[in-house]
Each structure stands twice: as C-alpha cells, then as structure tokens.
Design a protein around this ligand. Structure first.
Ligand SMILES: Nc1ncnc2c1ncn2[C@@H]1O[C@H](COP(=O)(O)OP(=O)(O)OP(=O)(O)O)[C@@H](O)[C@H]1O
Length: 383
C-alpha cells in the first residue's frame, strides 16, 4: 500500500521550530462518558517491561493518506465517538464528510484505538450497499491519534428530515424509504452482521439523490447460527425489542427487525412509536399497544429472566390497527392491508414469529399499489 508522507520515517527530518499548524489540527474533546452500551476500553497496551525484545505493533493507520488532501469547509455535527466535518477533496474536488474519531484520554498514546471505531471501520469495510453509508478511505492527521473516516456527504438524518416534513408522507413515499431500509438490512443480515442500533437518527438522507443510508455501525457485530449469547445492553431504548428488555441474551437478526418496525411506524406517523421513560415504562407502552404477553401468545415468554418480575397491564389482543387505520377519514395515518401486515409482523412480540429481513424484502406490500415514489424531503435551506 502507498505510504503517506505522514507515516513515521526511520530518521524523520526535524520540523521547523514553529511549523505552520495544519488546517486539521483541531483539538477534539475526548469521549469522557460514552453510553454504557458501548465498549470504549482501549486495546490493552503491551507490558511496560517485556522480557523479550518488544516489537511495536504496526499502527492501524499505517499507509493511510493524509487529511491534508482535503480542505475543511465546515463543522456538521458531533456524536459520542466522532466529530463530523464537511470537506472537499483537493484531488477530485468532490464534497465529502470526514468523521474525526475521538480517542478517549487513556487511548491517545498511539497504541490503543477506540473499540467502537475499530468495530465500525471493520464492519463498513466488509459492507457495500447503496443504502449503507460507505467509507471511501481512512486518512490521518498530524499524529496517529488524529484519524478520520472519509464518507459520502449526506444532508441530515431521517429523524430531523421527518420533523421538517409539512405533512405525513404519502404511502408511496413511506414505502420507498422502508424498501431502502429493508433491502440494506437484508443485505447486512445476509452477511451475518447485526446493526444493534437501528433508529431514525442513524439513517442519513442524501440531498443529491433523496435516498437514505444506514450509518453508525459502532455497535454492530457478527452473529452465528446457532445463536450465541451477547450483551443485552444494545439498541437505544425506544427501538429496543421486548425480549432484550426482559433480559434475553441469546439473540440474532430479529432484534434489528423490531427496530425496523418502530422506524416504519415513526415514518408513517412522524413520531416515535414507544417513547418509554425507562425499561419498565418502555415494556408497558409496548404491551399496552400490542397486548399483554403470556406463554400462549409468546412461546417461552415465562422463561425470560425478567418475565415474572413485573405484572404488565394492557389489553389481551393487539390495538395496533387502531393506531394505523386502513382509511384516511380518521385523521390518522392511512395504511393499507399489505403495509399493516408487514408492520405487525415486524412488531411481533414473540421474536420467533417476527418477520425476517429476507421475507420482508419479498413482502407483497413492496410490489402492490400504491407504487413507491420519491420522498419530497425539505432540506434546511429550503425551509
Ligand atoms: N456522512 C455524513 N454526512 C453528513 N452528516 C453526517 C455524516 N455522518 C454523520 N453525520 C452527522 O454527524 C452525526 C454524528 O455522526 P455519527 O452518528 O456517525 O457519530 P457517533 O459518534 O457514532 O454518534 P452517536 O453519538 O450517535 O453514537 C450524525 O448524527 C449526523 O448528523
């Protein structure tokens, strides 16, 4: 691979005493308190007194190009793990987004690398799909702890984009967004990856194409069949499925399908479906709409770790159809039978009955009338 001029040289020339500062030499605050669900523990440093001659590990960024190949234009946003900039490639003149990774303080010694970022980079290198945000390359700044991901420039996330819509989407528009998401998740699950943090703020909209792409793979991981035990401390509360809330640790792609169902409902109604104030409240809201679970409607429910800790109140059957009626006279969102069938199968309480991404992609909702149409997004400068 081509070595960048920023890689360490055996006898590097000494910099001038007051070398001009790079345009990218901004101090990025370290991620002091990342959410409990994400591991930010550093890769353990090598022992300080090795008995055998210590061979320094190759930095992950060896061979990366320099960030100086990009002109920094403006700050876009900041997340827990990165600060995102709008930039222009000096080679191609194209506009891109650069995510500068935050290194927690203990990890800034060039040995460690933020684990969430490592995860995200390795997953994204393995995935290539029109509706998954692609990373073109990694570039490096003046030190090896200044690392940037170069990505397609997007306009805003779907959460913000739907807040800007003057009225609910048409059925064709909602179907088009769902189709893009379902096809991306089908592809990802086919490659044995779980996203584990699907939500409308992790889906970005392109101003150029109006299409959406899933981003933020910091919690993603490979899964295996038969399923194994993983942490249940994943997925933002409002999009977290009932089995994880009830303590299940043996899980697979169906956890993402629940989140997708929540997103479908949000895209239709322009508001988050289950806005719980804590895990118990979240469960209560789910069961109030979808009916109280028992061993009859959810096989194995009683065996879940927290199933008997609480007594849940709610109707016996589902009230979902009342929230998503089939006619437009009620003043609520209209959803035809095909759409409702897909939504209710994504929001199945019992994970074994929940629709898979493969079956969702084949669902007749996507081929029957009304036809998919491009969404008329409203971007910020058009407001
Ligand atoms: N390619 C992009 N184009 C435009 N904006 C982007 C892009 N990638 C990220 N953003 C913006 O930056 C924000 C933070 O990015 P991202 O979610 O990747 O960072 P994070 O640190 O992993 O965030 P979180 O705190 O949600 O885990 C996003 O919510 C989005 O608004």
């Amino acid at each position: 691979m081509k070595r960048s001029r920023w890689d360490t040289d055996p006898s590097p020339p000494k910099p001038p005493p007051s070398a001009p500062k790079s345009r990218w030499d901004t101090q990025v605050p370290s991620s002091k308190s990342p959410p409990a669900s994400r591991s930010s523990s550093p890769v353990p440093p090598p022992s300080s007194a090795p008995s055998a001659p210590y061979k320094r590990p190759q930095p992950l960024t060896l061979g990366c190009h320099s960030v100086e190949n990009y002109e920094r234009l403006s700050h876009i946003d900041e997340g827990t793990y990165g600060i995102v900039w709008k930039a222009r490639s000096l080679k191609t003149n194209s506009l891109v987004a650069l995510k500068q990774l935050k290194f927690p303080e203990s990890e800034s010694q060039a040995v460690g690398f933020p684990v969430a970022a490592l995860r995200e980079i390795s997953v994204l290198q393995d995935l290539s799909h029109p509706h998954i945000l692609s990373t073109h390359e990694m570039v490096i700044g003046s030190t090896s702890s200044k690392v940037f991901m170069v990505m397609n420039l997007m306009s805003c996330d779907v959460k913000v984009a739907i807040e800007r819509l003057p009225e609910v989407m048409s059925q064709g528009e909602a179907k088009s967004v769902m189709w893009q998401l379902v096809s991306a998740v089908e592809y990802m699950h086919g490659k044995f990856y779980l996203h584990r943090d699907l939500k409308t703020s992790n889906v970005l909209v392109s101003r150029d194409t109006g299409k959406v792409s899933i981003c933020d793979f910091g919690l993603a991981r490979k899964y295996e069949i038969p399923l194994k035990s993983y942490t249940q401390m994943v997925i933002t509360l409002w999009y977290r499925c009932p089995e994880l809330l009830l303590g299940e640790t043996l899980y697979g792609p169906e956890v993402d399908m629940w989140s997708l169902g929540c997103m479908f409902a949000e895209i239709l109604n322009l508001e988050v479906l289950f806005q719980g104030q804590g895990e118990v409240d979240q469960l209560n809201r789910i069961f109030k709409l979808l009916g109280v679970p028992n061993g009859g409607n959810w096989e194995g429910f009683e065996k879940l770790p927290h199933a008997n800790t609480f007594s849940f109140k709610g109707p016996k059957g589902s009230k979902l159809r009342e929230a998503f009626p089939s006619n437009s006279f009620s003043g609520k969102t209209y959803l035809n039978d095909g759409g409702f069938d897909l939504l209710s199968r994504m929001l199945s309480k019992d994970p074994k009955k929940r629709i898979s991404a493969g079956d969702a992609a084949k669902h007749h909702y996507f081929t029957e009338a009304p036809k998919m149409t491009e969404v008329r997004w409203v971007f910020d400068d058009e407001k």
